[in-house]
Design a protein around this ligand. Structure first.
Ligand SMILES: [Zn+2]
Length: 79
């Protein structure tokens, strides 16, 4: 097994199978045996068993992207 960086709350993942809403970007809200994910597009929450999550994972987005996204959201709210 290759070493894997531990997932942290706020990390984002792109999955192979898109959500019915059309989005395929997810924000991690819970880590562990089950991964808690929130769809970035519709905000729906999903629990995925870790092994299934690992199989579905297509791309892991850098934490910096999250910070950038959060600051953009904050900027949008101020407008
Ligand atoms: Zn969705």
């Amino acid at each position: 097994m290759s070493p894997v960086l531990p997932w942290q709350i706020g990390d984002r993942a792109r999955l192979r199978k898109p959500h019915p809403c059309g989005g395929n970007l997810w924000r991690v809200v819970r880590t562990g045996a089950d991964m808690g994910l929130v769809c970035e597009q519709c905000g729906r929450r999903l629990m995925l068993p870790r092994d299934q999550f690992d199989r579905q994972l297509k791309e892991r987005l850098a934490a910096e992207a999250v910070l950038l996204s959060i600051s953009n959201e904050a900027a949008d709210k101020r407008r």
